[in-house]
Structure formats: C-alpha cells, structure tokens
Design a protein around this ligand. Structure first.
Ligand code: NAI
Length: 400
C-alpha cells in the first residue's frame, strides 16, 4: 500500500507509516490540482497541509484512496462532501498546537505588561530609557479568557501558575479549571479583568464579535490579545481604543485579510501603533507543534486502516471498537437510511456467521458500522454486502 505525503510533513509521519508497512513517498512541496490528480493513482493514504487542494477531480483520480490526513488544523482545502460521498475518511490535528498558542499568549502578556515593544524599539533606535513607569508584574493581575476551549483552558492553568487570577466566559457550560472563576456574561468578565484574551472558535456568528462597545466596556488601560480568528475583532475600533489610550497594549496574531504568500505586503489599521505586538498568524507555528501534528495525524491514519477507528475524524461518524484477537472485522460505510444494520445482520445470519462485536455510528448522510465476525467467512458474504444499494465502501480487516 502506498502513502503520498506532500508539503514537507514532519518526518515522524513518514516513519510511522513506513513502520505500518506503507511505501511512503514524501514530497517537500505542495502539488497543484493537476499534479496531485496525476500523482495520486494507486495511493491509499494522502497527507497534505494547507497548501494542497483536494477536489472532486483529485478524488476521482484516486479510487483506491482510503483516507486523507490534513497535517494541520484547518480542512477547508479538502472537498469534505466529495470525500464523504466516496467514503474517504479525513483526519486533522485539532489540538497539536494548543500549547504553542498558549505560550505565545503568555509571552505577549508579559511583554506588554513590561512595555517591551517600546523598550526594544527605543534601544534599536539608540535611546536608553531605564524607567519603570507603566511597567508591571503580571503576578496578581486578573486575566479574562473569552472562549474556554482547548486553548483557553490551557492558558488558564499556565496563567494561574504565574500567579494571575483567571476569569473566563464561554457560551457553553465549561468546567472551571483550578481556581478560575466563571463569568456568566461577557460584560461581567470585561468589568473584572485588566487583560482580555480571545480564544473563541471561528463560527460564523463570531464575525465582529468584539468591537467598539466591547472595547469601551473594558477597564481603562487594559491589555487585549487576539490569537483566535481575525474576523472576530473590529480592528478599526481597536485602533481608536489604543489611540485614545483606553487600551494600553494589544497583541494580535490573526487578521481579517491575511496575505497569501511570504513577502506579500501586510496591510492593517494596526500598523505603527505603540505597545502593539503584531505577529503573522504564528500562534501555533512551532517545530514542536509540527512534530506533534506529524505523529498525531499519522497515528490516526494508521489506526483507521488497522482497526477502522474513526475517533476525531472530520467527516466520518466517530467510533472505535476494541480489537478482538484472531477474528475478522467488516468495515462498512453506507448511506444513513433506516434498516441498514438489520440488513447487514440478516446477510450474516443467512450465511451462518455469528457477530462477535458490533458498533454503529452515524453522521449526517453517512452510517458506519464495525462488525467483528469469526475467522471463517466466504467471499459470497462480502459480495452480498457490497451489492447492497446503500453500501459506499466495504473493507475487511484481519485482527492480530
Ligand atoms: P475550541 O473549539 O476548543 O474552543 C473554543 C471555545 O470558544 C469553545 O469552548 C466555545 O464554546 C467558545 N466560544 C465560541 N464562541 C464564543 C463566544 N462568542 N463567546 C464565548 N465563548 C465562545 O477551540 P481552540 O482549539 O481552543 O481554538 C480557539 C481559537 O484559536 C480558534 O479560533 C482557532 O482557530 C484559533 N487558533 C489559532 C491559532 C494561531 O495560530 N493563532 C492556532 C490554533 C488555533
């Protein structure tokens, strides 16, 4: 079986798949749609990052493709609906760079509290100003985390370990970690803290979530961070809040319109402002995160192929069934309509096959069932299951 990994994916991914018996081809560059369509024939597993598009045309050129690993967070570059229709599972790495984002946020909170952007610029301009004015420790200061998900909760833990007191606001019910205090409204949080850090997700409803009114509701001389999504914040309003002195510093890693290519001009209302740290969407970009992504996604692909496990898949129903010893597993992907499980089991019963374990999951249009049967079965059973009009894909696994 062949695995094609493009876009310089961490070598740990190739090593893992090679260990599983795949013949791995790893390319440093992204491929255009035409190049990928040509290269993908005969490939079972495809690994990409954000620069390679997987379109209907690419999928049509790869009838043997079982799964795609997006060795990154986003999956917009993949036609997920087309992948699902063809029964191709898609995996990504939603948590691998969480720690990297948190460390950058903490570094920026301290840097802003000590006014490092200004001190640094002054030194480079040849000016020595050894003043303590406006410089603070973060110990004992109140941090407000908006969006208490993977990143928000981890930031909560590390900020507390620095002696900050943490408040959070989330639209979902979230368990408070450590001594963090839950706020029931955003207004309550903004009133309680001197540093606000946004870690909400990129759902459409969060467009323009933080603007004029929210900046006005922050305490005077507060610090503001956004390392979530650019469109969440009104940058013109942020500029006004900084220019008026109401906001004492900001750290922004994400922008509504981000340049596409290295070297492209970066255009933003926030350029040239004092005590404002601007970074080019690098919150999650560390070598450690890349390595973790390589290991995580390769493991998901390997697991899917070996046991049919789909936990954390982007498009498949998420199920995992413990692997029994010495039997066969039928991995059946089908259209999610009533009665499929009964039909599968009727076929098995008619052939005198006993079901040793079975698990069904559904998601939107897809149904996915893992069925463990004994070591003996005939090709006729598989042919009958394959011929069911609802079947999208059937494969068999021999468990160790
Ligand atoms: P997550 O999905 O685990 O957490 C997001 C949390 O925000 C959820 O608990 C959700 O209920 C909450 N939320 C959503 N809308 C909200 C609102 N309007 N008010 C309050 N709470 C709200 O996501 P995760 O992994 O923690 O990522 C957070 C953000 O960080 C995402 O937008 C992600 O795209 C971004 N990110 C940025 C990176 C960078 O390089 N700067 C790298 C990785 C993620």
């Amino acid at each position: 079986m062949r695995a094609l990994l493009v876009e310089n994916i961490h070598p740990d991914a190739s090593a893992r798949l090679a260990k599983e018996g795949y013949e791995v081809q790893a390319l440093p560059q992204a491929l255009s749609t035409g190049e990928l369509a040509e290269a993908i024939g005969g490939v079972t597993l495809l690994g990409i990052r954000s620069g390679t598009k997987v379109t209907e045309r690419v999928l049509a050129a790869a009838p043997g493709l079982q799964a795609i690993g997006a060795f990154c967070i986003g999956t917009n570059q993949i036609d997920l609906a087309a992948a699902s229709r063809r029964g191709v599972a898609v995996f990504n790495a939603p948590f691998s760079n969480t720690r990297s984002v948190v460390e950058l946020a903490l570094a920026e909170i301290i840097a802003m509290a000590r006014r490092l952007p200004e001190k640094n610029a002054q030194m480079h301009a040849g000016r020595w100003d050894k003043s303590a004015a406006g410089a603070h420790e973060v110990r004992g200061r109140a941090l407000g985390i908006v969006g208490y998900g993977n990143i928000g909760t981890q930031l909560s833990v590390l900020a507390e370990s620095l002696g900050m007191s943490v408040y959070f606001y989330d639209i979902a019910d979230k368990l408070a970690i450590g001594n963090a205090r839950r706020c029931s409204t955003l207004a309550e949080l903004l009133d309680a803290v001197e540093t606000v850090s946004l870690h909400v997700d990129g759902r459409d409803g969060n467009r323009g979530f933080f603007g004029e009114a929210e900046f006005a509701a922050m305490r005077p001389r507060s610090l503001f961070l956004n390392l979530s999504r650019g469109f969440v914040v009104d940058h013109a309003a942020l500029r006004r809040a900084i220019e008026s002195g109401h906001i004492a510093g900001a750290a922004i890693d994400v922008f509504p319109d981000e340049p596409k290519n290295p070297g492209d001009e970066f255009v933003s209302e926030l350029r040239g402002l004092p005590n404002v740290i601007l970074t080019p969407h690098i919150g999650g970009s560390t070598e450690e995160a890349q390595q973790d992504i390589g290991q995580f996604v390769a493991a998901k692909l390997a697991d899917y192929m070996a046991s049919g496990a789909t936990s954390l898949s982007v498009n498949m129903p998420g199920i995992a069934l413990p692997v029994p010893v010495g039997s066969h597993r039928l991995v059946h992907l089908h259209r999610n309509v009533p009665g499929v499980l009964a039909s599968i089991n009727r076929v098995l019963a008619e052939h005198g096959i006993n079901v040793e374990g079975q698990l069904l999951g559904t998601r939107d249009e897809l149904g996915y069932v893992l069925t463990d049967i004994g070591p003996a079965y005939s090709e006729d059973v598989l042919a009958e299951l394959r011929a069911m009009p609802v079947t999208i894909r059937l494969r068999t696994l021999r468990t160790p």
